[in-house]
Design a protein around this ligand. Structure first.
Ligand code: NAD
Ligand code: UDX
Length: 480
């Protein structure tokens, strides 16, 4: 029986291994983590992450050929294939801080593998890592290996949160990079055999290690670049009277461009795009390519500009001040169908509004009050170091409330801000919301999900990213 162990029971490790266990019933799959509470949650009815379809997959395999454990060393020593899916956040201190990937977790996992292994292993990079990481890992393993042979493979994950299970069931491609030696090719074949249980052969691509590592960073950079491109257009649409949805539709009809990933928004969020582009920028700089680094940096700059532009638009249209005004925030997760808030644009928007002394009433169907307060009290680069958490200042605490109902969030508010495209926000009774708000009543749609004409008929002043401006907004001072 093939034994697979995955180090890291997070958003990638958990769902990916659950799907491998489901599709490969003859394999034993064990997911290990240093976080006792995370493993306990994976073994409970309340999984640690919200992901449509995940509960069913886990229920079908858990206790049969899928296990979650904190007994890391035992499971690693017994495994044939070890996936490493630990977090690789942006470094917050030291060389490359604010850009380079922090490989502390990866390195400690590699050293532990070297310490406990008693048989040859295939070690699979599942985490997103800088190009050439496999070489460093290989050195750690072989210098501490006591004669044990390791083959390192790069097998980056392309799933998106909210659609992880469908993405894993039907991947556009599975990418496997390995050494171009006979042993390297044999290892690639072993991993291909795992995926071949459900992925068509022509979708399993093999490359050399560095191409696989770089392809992951490149794919995320290209995707984020599309969003920054359409968001840049959204600003121009507002200035000219064009409608960004119509422009996206027309542009996306070109088969060379394609229709996906062209939705203008308040900005992209999530744990990957910003981190991976910063990582790419750092690698370019280290390789003496400042022009290339600056090119990719612009993708992040436009994203920051978009979030700032949204806040400025909101404040300027509400008579240039939101001090003491109740603003309802609908949606805090970085996209719908996830409870994940890492790098969510809602953090920057809320902080911007709090800076202008607004009172925020926040509702998200999947994000807890604790999480929202933690996010709002963290410094930008402290996200992965909660021990350095600064408590929220007493005045900020009073400015934020979190509720479990959209109507309550909007009651007596001066403005409603939609920051996540949850389906339920499309079908709210906006007449009821309007009736219970202060007048003039504003809606700021950061996801282009409301019917602007209908809301204007009700009496709202509506701002929707990249759409022709409400006459009210046209009269307000220009925004930066
Ligand atoms: P995560 O933070 O949700 O999970 C990582 C887990 O690894 C945590 O539970 C942590 O406790 C555990 N861990 C850290 N060091 C460990 C160690 N030494 N031993 C055992 N466990 C350890 O992260 P994630 O979102 O699952 O991302 C993991 C990697 O996959 C990252 O490199 C990320 O860039 C990449 N990735 C993420 C996504 C996504 O959508 N989240 C998609 C593709 C790729
Ligand atoms: C992304 C990549 O899509 C995935 O392949 C990779 O493995 C991990 O990073 P994820 O961050 O989970 O996945 O979600 P994604 O759907 O890519 O959305 C990222 C952000 O972009 C979200 O905030 C989303 O709302 C935003 N977005 C996406 C837009 O603003 N407009 C779009 O057209 C698409």
């Amino acid at each position: 029986m093939v034994k697979i162990c995955c180090i890291g029971a997070g958003y990638v490790g958990g769902p990916t291994m659950a799907v491998i266990a489901l599709k490969c019933p003859s394999f034993e799959v064990v997911v290990v983590d240093i976080s006792v509470s995370r493993i306990a949650a994976w073994n409970s009815d309340q999984l640690p992450i919200y992901e449509p379809g995940l509960d069913e997959v886990v229920k079908q395999c858990r206790g049969k050929n899928l296990f979650f454990s904190t007994d890391i060393e035992k499971q690693v020593s017994e495994a044939d294939i070890i996936f490493v899916s630990v977090n690789t956040p942006t470094k917050t201190q030291g060389l490359g801080a604010g850009k380079a990937a922090d490989l502390t977790y990866w390195e400690s996992a590699a050293r532990m593998i070297a310490d406990v292994s008693k048989s040859n292993k295939i070690v699979v990079e599942k985490s997103t890592v800088p190009v050439k990481t496999a070489e460093a890992i290989e050195k750690i393993l072989t210098h501490n290996g006591r004669g044990i042979k390791y083959q390192i493979l790069s097998n980056p994950e392309f799933l998106a949160e909210g659609t992880a299970i469908q993405d894993l069931f039907h991947p556009d491609r599975v990418l496997i990079g390995g050494r171009e030696t006979p042993d390297g090719q044999k290892a690639i074949q072993s991993l291909k055999d795992v995926y071949a249980h459900w992925v068509p052969e022509d979708r399993i691509i093999s490359t050399n290690l560095w191409s696989a590592e770089l392809s992951k960073l490149a794919a995320n950079a290209f995707l984020a670049q599309r969003i920054s491109s359409v968001n840049a257009m959204s600003a121009l649409c507002e200035a000219t009277g064009a409608d960004v949805s119509q422009v996206s539709h027309a542009v996306g009809k070109d088969t060379r461009i394609g229709p996906k990933f062209l939705n203008a928004s308040v900005g992209f969020g999530g744990s990957c795009f910003q981190k991976d582009i910063l990582n790419l920028v750092y690698i370019c700089e280290c390789n003496g390519l400042p022009e290339v680094a600056n090119y990719w940096k612009q993708v992040i700059k436009i994203n920051d500009y978009q979030k700032k532009r949204f806040v400025n638009r909101l404040v300027s249209s509400m008579f240039n001040t939101v001090s003491g005004k109740k603003i309802s925030i609908l949606g805090f997760a970085f996209k719908k169908d996830t409870g994940d808030t890492r790098e969510t644009p809602a953090i920057d928007v809320c902080k911007g509004l709090l800076g202008d002394k607004a009172h925020l009433c926040i509702y998200d169907p999947q994000v807890t009050e604790d999480q929202i307060r933690r996010d709002l009290s963290m410094n930008k680069f402290d996200l992965d170091h909660p021990v350095h958490l600064q408590p929220m200042s007493p005045s900020s605490v009073k400015q934020v409330s979190v509720v479990w109902d959209a109507y309550e969030a909007a009651k007596d508010a001066h403005g409603v801000c939609i920051l996540t495209e949850w389906d339920e926000f499309k079908t709210l009774d906006y007449q009821r919301i309007f009736d219970n708000m202060q007048k003039p009543a504003f809606v700021f749609d950061g996801r282009n999900i409301v019917n602007v004409d209908k809301l204007r008929e009700i009496g709202f002043i509506v701002y929707s990213i990249g759409k022709p401006l409400d006459p009210w907004l046209k009269d307000m001072p220009a925004v930066a």
